[in-house]
Design a protein around this ligand. Structure first.
Ligand code: BG6
Ligand code: MG
Length: 226
């Protein structure tokens, strides 16, 4: 297998934490007097905490002072931290560990590229931290996905050219970021939602070692040859 860098998003790719983000935002919305649905939560995937609160307040038609804004962000995060405190290996999404093990055995460089500021403690809780050579998360970037900053920084720290990197993402904004970075984008989720991705799989159970070997041989612009 050629040397390619593999970059994983966290929430919705490695672990199903979208449900915890949802519950914490829902609690805040209800407290502020309005409803927040799972459908609306789709807009929050891959989006920074600050931007999520801005969208939530737009949904509720609420104007916040700077002090209120900061305290609501803090409150949501404390609720979210309560949920993730109880996390363990059972919450790793199907076949993620198989793929990480396969790549590790092949000595492929592996990075995390996540918008979350809670990425490292989550990887520790589910005992996957040791698979990652590089961690780039919400604490390291200033520009949120779909800006490619998070993935470009991950590639740089892995010592890889962006065109030699492959990204796994569940959010539309994340697929767009990978594409802008000139990386091969692999969507994890619904093909109808992630239609801008180079490839889409429902989950990692659908990704074979042969497929990983194959895409490791090509650059994004050569993809039609796969
Ligand atoms: C992304 C999630 O990975 O991280 C978003 O998809 C979330 O829903 C964002 O808002 C920021 O997460 P955190 O943990 O820093 O609030
Ligand atoms: Mg995600």
């Amino acid at each position: 297998m050629n040397k390619k860098g593999f970059i994983f998003d966290l929430d919705g790719v490695i672990v199903d934490t979208a449900k915890y983000h949802f519950l914490a935002w829902k609690k805040l919305a209800n407290q502020l007097g309005f409803k927040f649905t799972e459908e609306q939560n789709e807009m929050f995937k891959g989006v920074s905490r600050k931007r999520c609160l801005e969208i939530l307040l737009e949904i509720g038609n609420i104007e916040a002072t700077k002090t209120q804004f900061d305290s609501w962000m803090l409150e949501k995060n404390l609720d979210y931290l309560d949920y993730i405190a109880k996390m363990n290996e059972t919450e790793i999404l199907p076949d993620v560990t198989r793929i990480l093990k396969f790549l590790k055995n092949k000595k492929s460089p592996i990075a995390l590229g996540s918008a979350s500021k809670n990425a490292q403690p989550i990887l520790e809780k589910v005992k996957l931290l040791s698979y990652f050579d590089v961690i780039i998360d919400g604490n390291h970037v200033t520009k949120a996905k779909p800006d490619p900053e998070v993935f470009l920084l991950a590639a740089k720290q892995l010592g890889e050219n962006p065109q030699d990197c492959i990204v796994f993402e569940d959010a539309v904004a994340g697929i767009q970021a990978a594409n802008t970075a000139n990386m091969i984008s692999i969507g994890i989720g619904e093909a109808s939602v992630l239609n801008e991705a180079d490839f889409v799989f429902k989950d990692f159970t659908e990704i074979s070692s042969e497929f990983l070997e194959k895409i490791s041989q090509v650059k994004k612009k050569e993809l039609k040859k796969v």
